[in-house]
Ligand binder design. Structure first.
Ligand code: 5RP
Length: 217
């Protein structure tokens, strides 16, 4: 059911892709379905910018050109998944560890389209542990600061991000005010990014239960 739901949401995103543009591509199992679907449009688009080595590889396997973001000044659409999303289209992301590059591409894009299976829709963010990307030498310091904020950080085992950093997955944080918490976490020295996408959430969410598609906008 879940794989079918992911595929349905991913394929629905094709409608938002404009011919003759560069497409922003996220990371994860739902995005993999999107990349496979995007291959059907590969002669219509200029190419893609990618948020991870894994997505870059998959795009290239389909013959889709992948550009360095620094050479791209216009990005009409960014398509990516989420670990949780609320009715305000604020998200927790980073389950796949690509949160920093995802946040950078989301910042550049005019429109963020979130694709997900509908089980990701929550009334309040926070059951999913919040990923925080950290410079390795700051790991213990950042963990102590996260504990002071009420969280229980756990170092993600055997995982190094595409940027050479580590991830602390933070359990039990109170995410009642997502925008404030996102800013507060970013102020901890040694934090590269946190997985709250609240100040820049999704513009459109395409959510599927495998039977129907729900659009939040
Ligand atoms: C990766 C992400 C993904 O979008 C998120 O983890 C959802 O992944 P999936 O589509 O596999 O459920 O943020 O860093």
């Amino acid at each position: 059911m879940s794989d079918h739901a992911k595929k349905m949401a991913a394929e629905a995103a094709l409608e938002y892709i404009k011919p003759g543009t560069v497409v922003g591509v996220g990371t994860g199992s739902t995005v993999n379905y999107f990349i496979d679907a995007l291959a059907s449009m590969k002669h219509d688009i200029d190419g893609a910018v990618s948020s991870s080595k894994a997505s870059t590889e998959r795009l290239k396997q389909h013959g889709i050109a992948v550009f360095d973001l620094n050479g791209v000044s216009e990005l009409p659409v960014y398509v990516d998944g989420a670990d949780e999303i609320n009715r305000h289209r604020q998200m927790i992301k980073g389950g796949g560890g690509a949160l920093t590059r995802e946040k950078i591409i989301a910042a550049v894009a005019d429109r963020f389209i979130c694709i997900a299976d509908k089980s990701k829709l929550v009334t309040a963010l926070g059951d999913f542990p919040l990923p925080v990307e950290v410079i390795p030498m700051a790991r213990s310091y950042v963990a102590r600061q996260l504990v002071k904020l009420g969280g229980d950080p756990v170092l993600r085992d055997d995982f190094v991000t595409d940027n050479g950093n580590v991830i602390l997955d933070v359990y039990n944080l109170n995410i009642g005010r997502p925008i404030e918490l996102e800013e507060k976490l970013n102020q901890i020295t040694g934090v590269v990014t946190n997985g709250l996408f609240a100040s820049r959430g999704a513009d459109i969410a395409l959510l599927s239960d495998g039977q129907t598609l729900t659009t939040l906008d």
